[in-house]
Design a protein around this ligand. Sequence first.
Ligand SMILES: [Zn+2]
Length: 525
Amino acid sequence: MNLKKLLLLIIIFTAVLSAQTKTELTIRSGKTARKITADKHGELIFLSAEKFASAVNAGYYFNDKTGKAEIKFPRFSLTFTGWNQFVVLRKRNGNTWSVYQIPVSAKLRGKDILFPLQYSLKLLSRAAERKIEFNNKKNILTFGKKEKIKTEKESRSNIPEIVNEHSPYDIYGISIEEKTNGTLIRLKSNRFIRNVRSNIIGGKLIIFFPAGITINPKIGKTINSHGLVKKVKVKTVGANSQLEFSLKRGYKSSEAFNDVDSPDLLITIQNENLNSFSDKLNKEKKKWRLDTIIIDAGHGGKDNGTSGLYGTREKKINLAIALKLGKLIEKNLKGVKVVYTRKTDKFIELDKRGQIANENHGDLFISIHCNSTLKKPSPARGFEVYLLRPGKTKEAIRIAEFENSVINMENHPEKYKKLTEENFILVTMKNSANMRYSERFSDILNSTWKSEVGIPSRGVKQAGFIVLIGASMPSVLIETGYLSNRQDAKYLKSRRGQNRIAHAIFDAIRKYKVYYDKMFENIKE
Ligand SMILES: [Zn+2]
């Protein structure tokens, strides 16, 4: 097996590790057959070393202190270590041994080791000097006839052997990382070490290891001052080893624990500033809360917007809804500020509206409008909420063109010329984070609208509204209904209708605020 294939296997097996089930395995040896239960992770079977040894009449020894299980056959023994990928094959008379690496670690469970069966077959076979086969479909492990042990060369091609790289020490390496809230020390370990204690005494962090644990003496020499650590010393007190870290000022507390997916030991040293750091974070979070809403009543002054049935004028209805909405927010959403782009019948240039929003650090920009068809009256009706994106349908483009046509009433309409299609796409791409929030608000508004307002919804749409380009925040444009439609125009003209619409938008803001504040609450925890 070449390295690529091995890596691929590792990836595949790691991917299926999460799905764990129990399975029953038959072990056949000569004329006897014994059944034992094993763990199954995807296709990979983890077998108890103790049960296996007993089933094939091999000797078994578990070392409680080191977490190693030894399966003893007449001439060879095989040793698995908990949370370790290394397997040792030892010749029992004499002192020769080889270390092999299997793609996944054996597991420690109580006083037993669960080894990955498929990866261990060849090694078991060599240790037992018998042919061992596993039938994956029938779940039968057959312990066959005596077999001459293969030459080293042949077996090496199947299992990577790493005798030289394997450190004889239990703790063979160290790495130190500086983090915002302290320093993280990783002690690279060859085996799972339990009962490690740590204590800070007189500016020194001391790690006490249980008896028998060996530490690479070079560890102390390889580390330079880093984070809160000045230097490291390896000490031996009787049968026990210790690691001594001299600390810089500013430490607060420390903790030692075992890594989740390796036998490594992790030690954290928290710095004094941790509390003031989280205070700062809380202040920052407050800044991020949804606390300023920009309400933009479309059109105004010399710009009437669309004119509809029953003498309706868009600019008037937009403003009425905007003011009602603002009042609802001010009254019911504590701590949320409302900023209007206009509070009176005044002409405001399109780019000025975005400017007002940005200068006031708005968190959400809502532009309120009414729709219309050229033919009046006409049956087309309904509410729409628009996101700033290149228009998808002819109808959406037509509506955006109408709302954008206001620029012809402005004194310097040429300033919008650079908003070519290309620039427009760039602008929207840059605001993709804002776009996600705009989408979220639109969805909330759309569903709230459907349950509260007497004008049917045509859904969430997209088009290139200039007014939305200038605002650097989540922003939407609402077409509340068609003034060219009898039912919509009546609804939009009535105080009751306007109240309902304002209330629906307000409810959507309230729901969105919960979602938005929670999103930022989870950041950087
Ligand atoms: Zn309009």
